[in-house]
Design a protein around this ligand. Structure first.
Ligand code: ZN
Length: 240
């Protein structure tokens, strides 16, 4: 147990904030998902300077708190400390950590935490920083999806005797996948990376079946029964 509390609560005007002294290069300010204000600062920066800094950010803090507090649980999967996301059906907590430099930025899966190591300038909660972290996280999630595809496609293409000419990934609102029967190109929704792997497999088989039968008719369903017998249960899971 540490004798000295490293986190302390202060006020700058009417803004209450929690201050943590630690080895960071700059004074960083962020709004937690619950709307509280968190500031980290190097030990050498005087408290008065930190209070002034927080006070100058007051309008922004107020605006941000309103947004954060009005946000639904669902939307809270934004890319900030304490946010939530999903990978292959598992819920992960987002943690934002400092990378030594821009070149060392990366994403790591550590237990049930998805840790975004970002350069110091992207640690705060300003919109640009949040957008930067989102790009980093989305690129990583996309890579997870891409890595799962070759094995999945080769296995099912071989079993079914078909071949997709091209596989594209897109973030789509209304469909999990699509198949251009003429060109043989298959498009998959990037959001599938958040669901259990069987969901991705079901969508892949579904789209490959379209290379044998374009419509959702009895023949199509018979093909699904043959190549992915559990398809009805997985479809139900994706719809819920
Ligand atoms: Zn279809």
């Amino acid at each position: 147990m540490k004798r000295e509390a490293r986190k302390t609560h202060y006020f700058a005007g009417t803004i209450g904030f929690e201050l943590e002294r630690k080895r960071v290069r700059n004074v960083n300010l962020r709004i937690r998902p619950d709307g509280t204000v968190y500031v980290s600062a190097p030990p050498r920066v005087p408290l008065s300077e930190i209070e002034r800094f927080v006070a100058t950010k007051e309008p922004w803090i107020r605006r941000k708190q309103e947004v954060v507090r009005g946000r639904s649980e669902r939307e809270a999967s934004s890319w900030e400390d304490g946010g939530r996301t999903r990978l292959w059906g598992e819920e992960l907590t987002v943690k934002v950590a400092e990378a030594a430099s821009a070149r060392q930025e990366h994403v790591a899966l550590e237990g049930a935490q998805l840790v975004l190591y970002v350069a110091p300038r992207w640690l705060d909660d300003f919109e640009q920083a949040a957008a930067h972290r989102e790009r980093l996280a989305q690129a990583w999630l996309r890579t997870q999806l891409e890595e799962a595809l070759p094995d999945l496609f080769s296995r099912h293409e071989e079993a079914m005797g078909v071949h997709a000419s091209e596989v594209r990934l897109r973030t789509m609102k209304t469909r999990w996948g699509s198949c251009n029967v003429r060109s043989g190109a298959i498009t998959l929704n990037t959001r599938l990376v958040g669901f259990p792997r069987r969901c991705l497999e079901y969508v892949v088989v579904h789209e490959l079946c379209h290379l044998l039968e374009p419509s959702h008719n009895a023949r199509f369903h018979a093909l699904m029964d043959r190549y992915y017998p559990n398809w009805r249960a997985v479809r139900r899971e994706l719809r819920s």
